[in-house]
Design a protein. Structure first.
Length: 421
């Protein structure tokens, strides 16, 4: 197997190399593709050393050429951040001036990221697909994953979206139950970064009530919400639900605070310095603070199942196909799916409670408008997407956010200087 990583200069990449080195002997060639030669000059060698230390025989290469990296690839992994941490810093701060949460995947910041990212990903995917194996899959780890994956699938690419929220909860619950992760599966439902665990199956039996009864205080920090609230829901919301359930309090807490972008920029500088040490051949403990916990395990599991037709169940982002009947079939949802050589086939889900169903439908309507704005541009489309977002919804607030979003991202939006409305 040849694996190409688009955005291979990311500080995440050594995590992926470690996972491949431990768990994926099928990889014969790993090519890291990135336009930043300085990043590649550091991340490439440390990734090669990590795999060699695992006695993995794959050839590890790095290049600035997409054509070279994608040539004959059996799988392509996208892990991009258009605009880098500087753009993320803006996404997390300017929405606060308009009274909206500053966050890089939801709200106005998430829309800004989608507008910057979708056109670039579609262009790269089209170019890479012409060079890759006809059976190659694209694994999308690029946020906002749901919107980006829908763009890829709608354009006809063989794509599956991947997020680490579900595998993080699976590992946390397994640790609390003192069992191996393979014995635990999740009743995960929703959209990317808008999901809930409605059941936790241990050897097929639901133990979520037991978990909430005994360990709500331990689980709550992983959600950013109080234990009593988790008990009230009777299910476990993802961390990103705090932006909806506690929006105003979060906005106040973020004003003047150190941003996640600032924290990550500091961590990245530290990691790159560590990676430059020619003696380093294991992933440093600081990498765990970077985010993306269990990213490599999730990516490896997905790669194995897609290429080996394993037909196991994993939580991914893929077309709805009737799974949630209140959404269109071509909506991209996040939930358990059977993974094989044909892609991801979503499993049926129990009826979704009104408490969840309304918010899922509301956010998906925003995602439809966000993708339209990303594909076609125009101030009015941006305004409509923000007006539809449940974290915005007010005309004056949406207008404030629209003007700021376009101003902060004008260099990434070719239509911003007088293009279509």
């Amino acid at each position: 197997m040849k694996l190409a990583v688009i955005g291979g200069g990311s500080t995440y990449t050594p995590e992926l190399a470690d996972g491949i080195g431990r768990l994926l002997p099928q990889v014969e060639e790993l090519v890291l593709v990135d336009p930043d030669p300085d990043r590649l000059a550091v991340v490439g060698p440390v990734s090669a050393r990590i795999m060699a230390a695992r006695d993995h025989p794959a050839e590890v290469r790095w290049t600035g050429s997409l054509d070279e990296g994608a040539e004959g690839a059996d799988a392509i992994l996208f892990q991009l951040r258009i605009g880098g941490q500087a753009a993320r810093q803006r996404d997390e701060t300017w929405p606060l001036d308009c009274g909206c949460v500053g966050q890089e995947t939801t709200g106005a910041g998430g829309l800004a990221k989608a507008l910057r990212t979708v056109p670039v990903v579609l262009d790269l995917a089209e170019r890479a697909s012409r060079r890759a194996s006809p059976s190659a899959f694209i694994i999308d780890f690029t946020n906002p994953v749901g919107i980006v994956t829908r763009a890829l699938l709608t354009a006809g690419h063989r794509a599956v979206g991947l997020c680490n929220v579900a595998i993080g909860f699976q590992r946390e619950f397994a640790a609390l139950l003192d069992v191996g992760p393979a014995r635990v599966s999740l009743g995960h439902v929703g959209l990317n970064h808008l999901s809930w665990e409605r059941s936790v199956l241990l050897d097929g039996a639901d133990v979520l009530p037991e978990l909430l009864g005994k360990y709500a205080d331990e689980i709550a920090p992983h959600t950013g919400m109080p234990a009593d609230f988790i008990r009230h829901l009777g299910m476990v919301p993802s961390y990103y639900l705090r932006y909806f359930y506690a929006h105003d309090a979060v906005v106040e807490s973020l004003r003047g605070a150190t941003t996640r972008a600032e924290e990550v920029a500091r961590l990245e500088a530290e990691l790159l310095e560590l990676y430059a040490d020619p003696a380093l051949d294991t992933k440093p403990p600081q990498l765990a603070q970077r985010g993306g916990a269990f990213y490599s395990e999730a990516a490896v599991d997905l790669l194995v199942s897609l290429t080996a037709d394993r037909r196991d169940v994993q939580v991914v982002n893929t077309f709805n196909r009737g799974t949630l009947p209140f959404l269109p079939d071509d909506a991209v949802i996040e939930g358990p799916a059977v993974i094989g050589s044909g892609g991801a086939d979503p499993r049926s889900a129990d009826p979704v409670e009104p408490l969840l169903r309304g918010l899922i439908a509301h956010v998906y309507a925003y995602e439809e408008l966000a993708l339209d704005a990303a594909l076609r541009g125009g101030r009015d489309r941006v305004y409509n997407a923000l007006l539809a977002h449940p974290l915005v919804g007010q005309a004056d607030q949406a207008r404030c956010l629209t003007d700021r979003l376009i101003a902060e991202n004008a260099s990434y939006l070719p239509w911003a200087a007088g293009g279509p409305r």
